[in-house]
Design a protein around this ligand. Sequence first.
Ligand SMILES: [Zn+2]
Length: 145
Amino acid sequence: MDPEIPVISLIEMGIIRDVTVAAEQVSVTMTPTFSGCPALLEMESLIIEAVQTLGVEQVVVNKQLNPPWTSDWITETGRAKLKAFGLAPPGMHGGNVTMTFFDLVECPRCDSKNTKLQNSFGTTLCRAIWVCNDCLEPFEQFKPL
Ligand SMILES: [Zn+2]
């Protein structure tokens, strides 16, 4: 599971890029959401732990920084889980991130598009704080990256 958003898995986040099984060893290739992500070491040990519980002793985690992670890699299931968690999922941008910053974000609680950006940084660097003008609830958005 993602250490920062425990309702979504690293696979649903699009962070796990590849898994190979060779003889007694499993290699997992991951692309962190951004290279300075403070949860990086934690993610690495969570991956090793998860594979070891399957009975594999040797687990190697490779980090692949190119191409960089994009929020477009978050799966459909992952987006639905973010929303159910109260975190507005990032819009799909197909590489053109600047456009999505000006899009209105849908309130994850009442689906209203009558929302206002309150702060471009939330509890983590990859989140922004919005307020819904209809249900008056503040909510966080997972930024399109
Ligand atoms: Zn609302």
